[in-house]
Design a binder for this molecule. Structure first.
Ligand code: FES
Length: 84
């Protein structure tokens, strides 16, 4: 099954991290959009990917990575993931 990893790390003592930029809600929104499309795509919620300043970060396992992802980007990213 195709998988994407979404960083849900919160860096306490810092003002930049994926969770502080809404990545938990983003992961929920990805799951809802995936279910709505009936896709076979699993969302994994992971700790820091080392790109905290440009999060939220979403990575296809074995593939592309997207930075500064918002819920508005979800349809485009799902379209890209569906490409062979
Ligand atoms: S907090 Fe998401 S990459 Fe570090």
């Amino acid at each position: 099954m195709q998988r994407i990893a979404i960083c849900i790390n919160r860096r306490f003592g810092h003002n930049t991290s994926c969770a502080q930029r809404g990545s938990v809600a983003l992961a929920d929104a990805f799951e809802a959009a995936i279910a709505a499309r009936g896709l076979s795509l699993k969302v994994m919620r992971l700790p820091c990917m080392g790109a905290c300043e440009i999060g939220p970060n979403v990575k296809e396992v074995g593939g592309d990575i997207w930075h500064e992802v918002s819920e508005a980007d979800i349809p485009r990213i799902l379209d890209e993931l569906a490409q062979p």
